[in-house]
Design a protein around this ligand. Sequence first.
Ligand SMILES: *Cc1c(COP(=O)(O)O)cnc(C)c1O
Length: 381
Amino acid sequence: MAVPVLHTLASDVTRRAHRVAGGILTIDLGAVAANYRLLRERAAPAMCAAVVKADAYGLGAAHVAPTLYGAGCRLFFVAQLEEGVSLRRHLPPDATIAVLNGNLPGTEPDFAEHHLVPVLNSMEQVAAWLRFCGQGGRPYPAMLQVDTGMARFGLSDFEAEGLARDADARGRLDLRAVISHLACADEPENTANAKQLSAFRRVRELFPDVPASLAASSGIFLGPGYHFDIVRPGAALYGVAPQNGAANPLRPVVRLQGCVVQVREVPAGTAVGYGHSAVTAHPSRLATIAVGYADGLLRSASNRAAAWHGDKRLPLVGRVSMDSVVVDISALPEGAVSGGSLLDLIGPSQDIDATAQLAGTIGYEMLTGLGARFQRIYVSA
Ligand SMILES: *Cc1c(COP(=O)(O)O)cnc(C)c1O
């Protein structure tokens, strides 16, 4: 019996979205590649690496990393060993994958087996790596991190000096980069930047034959003095603004559309949502969207952020629930929105940074918090 074709491809996509999810997350890989090229041009002649930790900031490293490789990137950073092991399967052998957390005790053989490069952050990690290289009879590649003023990862300047003077240890380490990380790079006026820069220049003098890397996304925009040999952007690749208050030169990468479940008309004085935190001032038309804090729409965005229908702002009303949120659609003509309609939660009128700011946080947290329940669509515009 012939099976009738009931749906076009487009309606299949939305039907699936209605089944599995409260919305559609569209990830523009073309924009990721364009952002990579822009950052590389800004940083030239420095080499441009890419940070794809936390599953490429929640966007899917299996899709994002090969896109970046296609744009010319050959050096990738992840945070955890396991992220590196899984990323290795998605990249050709000439891509270097460095693991920022370094070699936790006993993991050294995994780095060799999967061709991963640890970032050595402490003398403990350096010593364990030297022992491992000694057993293997050869120096496996590694990077070294030195703390220049963040008290998070890396050798102290004192330890770095000791290591640099230890000719025996130096001879047994195959260092591919010496790195440090800026604490306040998104604030160009912050005097901590210049302090970290001069501390890093001293570190570089200790390891003059090793490529040096200081700048992540925001650091690239502090100027050429911060670029050294390698830059390591993450967030900017994904469209997050690199500098507070300045125009964002990067292309937006994500669009989040929430699916309307139902629409209702309510009189003035109607209390909405948990805790009745909002009460309608006028007769209103409300739409319930199937996206909540379990999907990364932060509860702190309650009564602050908005959904959008084109350029029409539709304020969130009441608290964000786990799986839903209510928006006021009174600004739209009757019938413009009904069950199954899609409204933008992150999109052209309210980008990732604006949405995050309304929720009292930063684009990074919003991006990495976007949930697993969305229908994810990858496009290469
Ligand atoms: C996360 C991270 C980066 C990338 O930072 P962005 O601000 O996302 O560009 C670079 N280097 C290190 C050490 C990091 O932890």
